[in-house]
Ligand binder design. Structure first.
Ligand code: THG
Length: 259
């Protein structure tokens, strides 16, 4: 499993504060802690509140790169912000994200090919996020076809069914598990499949329990990568345990640190 650390996101109050105050240390501590916590990449998102989002993403990327060599997942719905982030990056880049909309694919695919980086494709379009797994897969196929036309290697594509809060739309959570299974059958080689895990538990009481339960279910459905909080130790222990039980890692008595 590729673990993408979610903590450097302006949705978090400490990050929003650090952005406002220009406090590099908070960001760098979060980068180091997620790296040590088992992240294989870090998501970088200014959040919706940043006044000058281009400047904010440049500052976040530069701050993180001073202390950490992990690939960076540049996360924004806006093209100018993505470009600013990519241009500042010396580390490997994953672009987060395109949708299945034609005009998005036409700008973001050439950008990914030009910078030789991976791309996350959200299975949504101008009509929003479809509710059913087959409709999600149809959009996935559209993204895969566009990638092959643009010359983006399938290993460099992550399809994301966009998980929604269970509190808001309970049946879509189950549909998303089926979508993960379907995505893995859409091409050969198969695309990688990713989710932004914490969406599922937004607005609930015991977020950590919902997150780790769902992550294990999604891994069992074929998930390859997740944006999540690697500082949640019980969540990370669930990842390592599921990797053993799914025969993705070789068993070893000491696979978990002692309690
Ligand atoms: N797919 C892709 N990218 C994504 C998402 C996705 N990027 C953003 C998001 N979803 C994943 N990252 C987060 C980060 C934080 C939260 C949820 C998802 C979150 N934060 C607390 C909140 O808003 O309640 C912050 C609270 C605090 O300040 O402590 O829930 O799906 N491709």
């Amino acid at each position: 499993m590729l673990i993408i650390g979610e903590r450097i996101n302006g949705l978090y109050k400490d990050v929003a504060r650090a952005l406002q105050a220009g406090d590099k240390e908070i960001i760098q501590n979060l980068a180091r802690a997620q790296d040590e916590g088992g992240a294989g990449a870090l998501d970088i998102n200014t959040g919706p509140a940043a006044v000058d989002a281009e400047k904010a993403i440049r500052w976040l990327v530069e701050s993180v790169q001073e202390v950490c060599k992990l690939p960076l997942v540049i996360d924004s719905p806006r093209l100018n912000v993505l470009k600013a982030g990519i241009e500042t990056c010396r580390n490997r880049v994953i672009i987060n994200s395109t949708t299945a909309q034609q005009e998005k694919l036409e700008t973001l695919l050439p950008l990914a090919v030009e910078h030789n980086c991976a791309l996350i494709g959200l299975t949504m379009d101008e009509n929003g996020i479809p509710a059913e797994s087959m409709a999600k897969a149809e959009l996935g196929l559209r993204i895969i076809a566009a990638c092959s036309e643009a010359g983006l290697n399938p290993e460099n594509l992550f399809l994301d069914p966009l998980i929604l809060p269970v509190k808001v739309t309970q049946n879509q959570v189950k549909e998303t598990l089926e979508a993960i299974r379907l995505f893995k059958t859409l091409s050969s080689p198969a695309p990688q499949v990713l989710i932004g895990l914490s969406n599922v538990s937004q607005g609930t009481q015991n977020r950590s329990l919902i997150n780790r339960t769902y992550l294990v279910m999604a891994m069992s459905s074929g998930l390859d990568a997740a944006i999540l909080d690697p500082l949640d130790k019980e969540l990370m222990d669930a990842v390592y345990t599921a990797e053993i039980l799914l025969d993705q890692k070789i068993y070893c008595d000491s696979y978990l640190p002692e309690k």
